[in-house]
Design a protein around this ligand. Structure first.
Ligand SMILES: Nc1ncnc2c1ncn2[C@@H]1O[C@H](COP(=O)(O)OP(=O)(O)OP(=O)(O)O)[C@@H](O)[C@H]1O
Length: 315
């Protein structure tokens, strides 16, 4: 769907992005993860031509974006930024309706779509006539997303969409975003410096440093086979927490010997994260889980030892 080839952006005294290539499949979420100044935003803005590349190409559905006017691209690509970029003198309703109006939708269609978005993003109807500065940060973030989704673009670019929020609201909205069907049907490129966010939201994650894309892979691949010490350092001393978040019971099953679980075991789904499984184990009297129909008995110690075998010590 999106094909980025050898993208480079040079400024007179600085190379912001150097020879970056990647492809994003339809309905996939690719997260670009990196430290400040690593070139994430520049890469994202070259996709919708808010920044013109020095060299390299971007194709969307096989068509070079250079053959499309930037304003046309902005209609087929939704764009969400950290401070939401809402127009302060427009109401919530007017902000959401910007692209549909540009596309000359009639009033009823705009009204119906706006109400649909408000319900989907859990925004109270009465806020339709409020101005952005009358909303909380989390509500503004939702309006920013509603505006980007309004005309139902197939592609969504998100630049630190939750950056301005406190960690608790951030985690809540992240969870909500992940469960939104409409968002799951989009092709998304999301930029963040937050590793947890990247691992939670990305089908695949690209790690950037100093203008270059160092590694791209699924969260599991990055945790199991970090391509360099830099990538591994990115996970830092929280690597264990990330492994427990990303790996599931299914991943550790091959490392656990089959054994009858006994009637006292609690039944779980194979796709449960190790984190959730360990939390449950501390709450069960027997301290034993059973996964699906498999004759397997899992104690906390089994999870720890399986994880030990699953992940490498160092790259
Ligand atoms: N217009 C410009 N002129 C010169 N250098 C620029 C310009 N825009 C960006 N840069 C530089 O290019 C590098 C990459 O910037 P970019 O905004 O893409 O990084 P980023 O990874 O998104 O960082 P952050 O998370 O802080 O937004 C930075 O060193 C930045 O200073």
């Amino acid at each position: 769907m999106i094909n980025v080839r050898h993208l480079t952006k040079r400024y007179p005294n600085h190379t912001a992005v150097e020879d970056v290539s990647f492809a994003v499949r339809e309905q996939e979420t690719l997260v670009l993860l990196g430290t400040s100044g690593s070139g994430k935003t520049t890469t994202l803005k070259m996709i919708n031509r808010l920044i013109e590349p020095t060299s390299g190409t971007v194709e969307i559905n096989g068509i070079d974006t250079q053959q499309q006017a930037p304003h046309e691209l902005s209609r087929s690509i939704g764009y969400v930024v950290q401070e939401t970029g809402l127009f302060p003198h427009y109401t919530v309703g007017e902000n959401i309706a910007i692209v549909p109006r540009l596309l000359h939708w009639d009033k009823d269609r705009i009204r119906n779509r706006t109400h649909e978005l408000l319900a989907m993003l859990r925004l109270p109807e009465k806020q339709l006539n409020a101005y952005p500065d009358q909303l909380s940060g989390g509500q503004r973030q939702r309006v920013g997303l509603a505006r980007a989704l309004a005309a139902n673009p197939p592609i969504l670019l998100m630049d630190e969409p939750l950056g301005a929020l406190d960690p608790i609201t951030r985690a809540e909205i992240r969870q909500e975003f992940r469960n939104l069907d409409e968002l799951r049907r989009k092709t998304v490129v999301l930029v963040t410096h937050d590793v947890r966010e990247a691992l939670e939201l990305g089908d695949r994650v690209g790690v950037m440093d100093n203008g270059r894309l160092l590694q791209i892979g699924t969260p599991k691949e990055l945790l199991m086979q970090p391509a360099s010490a830099f990538v591994q350092r990115f996970f830092g001393d929280q690597v264990l927490a990330f492994q427990l978040q990303v790996f599931t019971l299914q991943d550790v099953m091959p490392y656990i010997l089959p054994e009858s679980p006994g009637p006292e075991a609690i039944d779980l789904q194979p796709d449960m994260s190790l984190n959730d499984a360990l939390t449950l184990l501390t709450k069960t009297e027997s301290g034993v889980l059973r996964v699906g129909d498999w004759p397997i008995r899992i104690r906390a110690v089994d999870i720890w030892s399986a994880l030990h075998q699953l992940v490498p010590k160092s790259p």
